[in-house]
Design a protein around this ligand. Structure first.
Ligand code: PEP
Length: 249
């Protein structure tokens, strides 16, 4: 399983150091991390957070990336730069990127492809809006978001990928999908991938994200098709993040 922290646009040099030292100390108290844990800080802190994590089991990730590799693209960060900084994971298609920065399915698919070309692991986010759920369109939305990436990247590029199901209505709202609601969509995602490749579908890790906290993580992670979590707000609080990590099966 994997728990990945999405710090979003939070942090400072001092706060990051305190948070990371707390997380690493929490793991050394316990039996050690049997599962994977990752932290995705803002780009500007990638280097310093990477150094703080260097001797730990916790891996480094990024929250976004350019779909392009090099050139006159002011303000962008390429996949090879992230690789250069020893990143392992890259979040692509987070709903905040889709809604606030107008990233459509095609751009998300291009980002996914460019990440896999650098042997980085994409964490592909998919999820429906509240009105889409209420209109019973959840599966159609998820299928559209997934198919755009499968069509461009090819199913073979999902071999080392991770998918995060993040219902948009549950992100940062304190409203979590019930374990049953999440499980239904996770199963749908696995079946959708299985139409192309059963082995890849069975092996892929599908994370749940959306107001996961220390109290609900265990119930969510106990579901058959939930293989961990993508954690926003609760990843900024040492004890909460550690509890979520320790809730992994
Ligand atoms: C996220 O932004 O990926 C997320 C899941 O946020 P939160 O945990 O705060 O809902």
């Amino acid at each position: 399983m994997l728990v990945a922290a999405n710090w979003k646009m939070n942090g400072s040099k001092v706060a990051n150091e305190t948070l990371i030292k707390g997380v690493i100390a929490g793991f050394s108290d316990a039996e050690s991390v049997n599962n994977d844990v990752a932290i995705c800080p803002p780009f500007v802190y990638i280097d310093s957070v990477g150094q703080l994590l260097a001797d730990s089991e916790v891996r480094l990730g990024a929250q976004n990336v350019s779909h392009l590799e090099i050139g006159a693209y002011t303000g962008e960060v390429s996949p090879s730069m992230l690789k250069d900084m020893a990143c392992r994971y890259v979040i692509v298609g987070h709903s905040e990127r889709r809604s606030l920065y107008a990233e459509g399915d095609q751009l998300v698919a291009q980002k996914f492809v460019s990440v896999t070309k650098q042997d980085l692991i994409p964490i592909l986010c998919v999820g429906e809006l509240l009105e889409e759920r209420e209109a019973c369109d959840t599966n159609d939305v998820i299928a559209r978001q997934l198919d755009a990436v499968i069509d461009l990247a090819g199913i073979e590029n999902f071999k080392n990928a991770i998918i995060a199901y993040e219902p948009v209505w549950a992100i940062g709202t304190g409203k979590t999908a019930t374990p049953k609601q999440a499980q239904e969509v996770h199963e749908f995602i696995r079946l959708r991938l299985a139409r192309h490749d059963v082995a890849i579908a069975n092996d892929i890790r599908i994370l749940y994200g959306g107001s996961v906290n220390a109290n609900n993580a265990q119930d969510l992670f106990s579901m058959a098709d939930i293989d961990g979590g993508l954690i926003g707000g609760a990843s900024l609080i040492v004890d909460d993040f550690l509890s979520i990590c320790k809730a992994m099966r």
